[in-house]
Design a protein around this ligand. Sequence first.
Ligand code: SF4
Length: 333
Amino acid sequence: MSIIKGTEKIVNPLQESALNKKGLCDYVINVASGCLHGCTFCYVPSTPAIRTRQAQLKEKGVTDPQLDWGQYIFVREEIPALLEKILSRKKSWRETPEGKGVVLLCSGTDPYQNKQTASVTRGAVEALSQSNKRVRILTRSPLWVNDIETLNRPNVIVGMSLPFLDDELSRKIEPSAPLPTERYKAMLVGYEAGCRLYVAIAPTPPSMTLDAFRKHLEKIMCFNPEVIFWEPINARGTNGKRMLAAGLEFARSIMTKKSWAENFIQQWEYIEAAAKEIGCIERLHIWVDSELRGYIDESKLEHWLYRPTVEEWDKTRVEKAEEKYPQISDKNK
Ligand code: SF4
């Protein structure tokens, strides 16, 4: 199938999210359906966001929305205008202790995968900032650096997925995403500019050793992320089959629940030990999976599920936002 691009309409882009269990957010905005990065491990095509829309996507020319993942994108261009209206009318705002009222862009696509999604993302960040909302960007693309003026704000934190810095391995695992070394450079640019940053060392392949985590964390700390999220690759669903189809033989070693859990626990020990050595253990935030029950001490699991991150969304930052947007302080009076 050749790449299919288009637009789509959406009624309400601001959706409440269960990703507070990962300390990420209380709301999510997805600027498109589909994602051209086509990561082999991506779980999005097997979620209801895609599975329940098979017929609609087929009408748009997508033969198999799950198997053709990475080959189509439908951008939701009206999001900024819709968001302004929704925010002006919204009376209550969900703010759980672990989600902190944050809006994540995005959980089901990449907000900066091309100029079109970047434009929608920029508009959404502007609208959210004017309403004094907290925003979390999560991307694999260095394109966000072009928007550094918009994103370098106290109410915005930018994160990139950087599971490793091996460009060759990346071509096999996340074939159409920008190279990890390019992503790393973007984070250094953000750091120099004074942006708030975080990183997702996710998902890591089973080949990560203690030494690999040690070296990776040393590099990561050069851009001083406020939090370091981590999880290993999960290969137990249709994504496992896509990984095998992409020639990733390592997927075989983690395809059963037991082998996946054992690998998870082994890598967890490695990254914790490495983070202690490097001196960044307080920033490490484990994205646990409740499927680990029975394989790991229950208290360890409970410790991480629904845990707030160490990121600061403090008063000083809100005050700085008010300097930039005087209308925020007017609203708060
Ligand atoms: S960038 Fe994210 S949403 Fe896009 S394919 Fe990769 S994992 Fe999936």
